[in-house]
Design a protein around this ligand. Structure first.
Ligand SMILES: Cc1cc2nc3c(=O)[nH]c(=O)nc-3n(C[C@H](O)[C@H](O)[C@H](O)COP(=O)(O)OP(=O)(O)OC[C@H]3O[C@@H](n4cnc5c(N)ncnc54)[C@H](O)[C@@H]3O)c2cc1C
Length: 292
């Protein structure tokens, strides 16, 4: 069962939630999927939003860590919880690999703005590494297979074409291929070492699509910063509308600590710092300034 309490202040819709582990599976090398029971979060969260995760009863690590929604799962036709994918890289994610069914988990969310509506035309999602996780829910919503949020946003138009270009270092890091294999989604793979799909960077798949007969009208992108910067450059040069979902490290997740600020261009040409947790993590590509 989950107990909820509203978070004070900046993100009124977000709640502190006591969740429970339902299952954990290995998705790829060092990459896992956790299923949590948390109906209230599952009813509210939308594609591209995230939540903070903490192990209760320990102060090491002291702060929660942000993770993107992979998908929601249903029980008796009602949203019952969320799935998320993670790579074990540091303190919390290594602790998480030991979590098993019945273990308690502290969450707060939903947080962040999420992706805009998919619209009509060709929507191309470009993912690098664990940056694929937000795109399962985007794809299922765009194809009309699932609705998200309360109330669910009405999608009057659907993309005429939907592509996921997904790049990883090597075949062993491909995660969630089964879930991404669905009618209506053109799944294209790239590996740096050529062990699966296109041999090279995922940005080449974007370039190929732009030069094809059905170029993307809109690009959603999530992945390592250098890859997102490359996608930003390509889309600006080719005049393709693009949104980038940042994975800036953050401490609080609800706008209080300013640890996740990123420089963003303003309407008048000046720039200002914006908090990735509340004003993002999804930003129009033309607004973001990457600092080298
Ligand atoms: C909005 C958002 C959504 C995210 N979604 C996912 C997701 O779906 N799946 C997933 O695996 N990860 C995701 N991340 C990244 C995830 O939050 C970090 O992997 C996590 O904080 C690591 O925690 P840790 O305690 O294991 O590592 P720590 O002990 O905190 O750090 C270990 C090492 O990893 C580095 N590190 C920490 N955070 C990041 C980061 N964001 N990017 C690159 N290096 C980092 C640190 O500099 C350090 O060297 C997301 C981040 C954001 C901001």
């Amino acid at each position: 069962m989950s107990a909820e309490a509203s978070l004070p202040g900046l993100v009124p819709s977000a709640q502190q939630i006591s969740a429970v582990v339902v299952e954990q599976e290995t998705m790829a090398t060092n990459t896992y999927r956790l299923r949590l029971r948390c109906p209230e979060l599952a009813r509210q969260i939308r594609p591209g939003q995230f939540f903070m995760v903490k192990e209760p009863g320990t102060n090491d690590p002291l702060l929660g860590r942000p993770f993107a929604l992979f998908d929601i799962w249903d029980e008796n036709g009602e949203p019952a919880g969320i799935d998320f994918g993670y790579v074990a890289i540091g303190k919390l994610t290594h602790l998480m690999t030991h979590w098993s069914p019945g273990d308690p988990v502290q969450l707060w969310g939903p947080l962040g703005n999420g992706f805009p509506e998919p619209g009509d035309g060709h929507l191309m999602m470009v993912a690098g590494g664990i940056g694929q996780t937000p795109f399962l829910a985007v794809a299922r919503e765009a194809l009309g297979l699932k609705t998200y949020g309360r109330p669910a946003r009405p999608l009057d138009v659907r993309p005429s074409k939907l592509t996921l270009a997904y790049g990883v270092r090597s075949r062993e890091f491909l995660a969630g291929i089964e879930q991404f294999t669905m009618d209506g989604l053109d799944l294209q793979i790239a590996t740096d070492d050529g062990t699966a799909g296109h041999h090279g960077f995922v940005t080449q798949l974007l370039q190929n699509a732009i030069q094809s007969e059905t170029p993307p009208d809109k690009v959603f992108c999530c992945g390592p910063e250098p890859m997102m910067e490359a996608v930003q450059k390509i889309c600006l040069r080719e005049n393709v509308a693009c949104w980038l979902s940042l994975e800036s490290p953050m401490a609080c997740g609800f706008g209080a600590c300013f640890s996740c600020v990123v420089p963003v261009r303003q309407e008048d040409g000046s720039w200002d710092y914006k908090r990735s947790c509340v004003e993002g993590p999804v930003f129009p590509a033309e607004r973001l300034i990457f600092e080298d």
